[in-house]
Design a protein around this ligand. Structure first.
Ligand SMILES: NC(=O)c1ccc[n+]([C@@H]2O[C@H](COP(=O)([O-])OP(=O)(O)OC[C@H]3O[C@@H](n4cnc5c(N)ncnc54)[C@H](OP(=O)(O)O)[C@@H]3O)[C@@H](O)[C@H]2O)c1
Length: 168
């Protein structure tokens, strides 16, 4: 299981239930990595997607006990989420947000794809855990500098050397 996220310099990821940046090249990168895989998210993130709709060409699993719907798999509890995840190859599973759900799931992930944008959003209200401050996480890959839509950023990958075992 992996996490995938786009952060600012302060590990900010969102504001007003939306993203901080519009970077088409990062959206393409996200699509390339997650297409035909399993994406797992919290309820707010589903509602924040275009049209509030699940992502096409992916199995969408959403943790929420507030609503149900039939265009994606809704699980109301973490236990039910873990049971659902047993049906899938763990290598195909991507945690895609948001802040609350990343916090819940990050310790179970073996790696994290982190797009780091060289910008600071003082109005960010949602944050990803700072992996540089978590001693079991190590940066293993960093791309060359990228530029798109006026933003400078790098694609990085971190690995977790102490993956938490799923128990329920
Ligand atoms: N930059 C990025 O890469 C990125 C990616 C995704 C999202 N985001 C941003 O993140 C923000 C949304 O984050 P968020 O924290 O508000 O929402 P979220 O994590 O998407 O959803 C929170 C909801 O998920 C459910 N949930 C999460 N953890 C749970 C747990 N341990 N147990 C039970 N239920 C749990 C709850 O659902 P119910 O209350 O419905 O039961 C909770 O209210 C938005 O601004 C979005 O744009 C950024």
């Amino acid at each position: 299981m992996h996490a995938i996220v786009c952060v600012d310099r302060n590990w900010g990821i969102g504001k007003n239930n939306g993203l901080l940046f519009h970077i088409p090249a990062d959206l393409q990168y996200f699509k390339k990595i997650t297409e035909n895989k399993v994406v797992v998210m919290g309820g707010n993130t589903l509602l924040s997607l275009p049209g509030g709709k699940p992502l096409p060409n992916r199995i969408n699993i959403v943790l929420t006990d507030i609503f149900t719907r039939d265009d994606c798999i809704i699980v109301p509890t973490l236990k039910e989420l873990f049971i659902e995840l047993e049906k899938h190859d763990t290598n195909d599973v991507f945690i895609i947000g948001g802040a609350m759900f990343y916090n819940t799931m990050i310790d179970y992930c073996e790696s994290a794809y982190v797009t780091k944008v060289d910008d600071f959003c003082s109005d960010a209200t949602a944050f990803f855990p700072n992996l540089d401050k978590k001693h079991n996480w190590s940066l293993i890959k960093e791309s060359n500098n990228q530029e798109d839509n006026g933003y400078n950023f790098v694609f990085t990958q971190y690995i977790n050397t102490r993956i938490k075992e799923i128990k329920y």
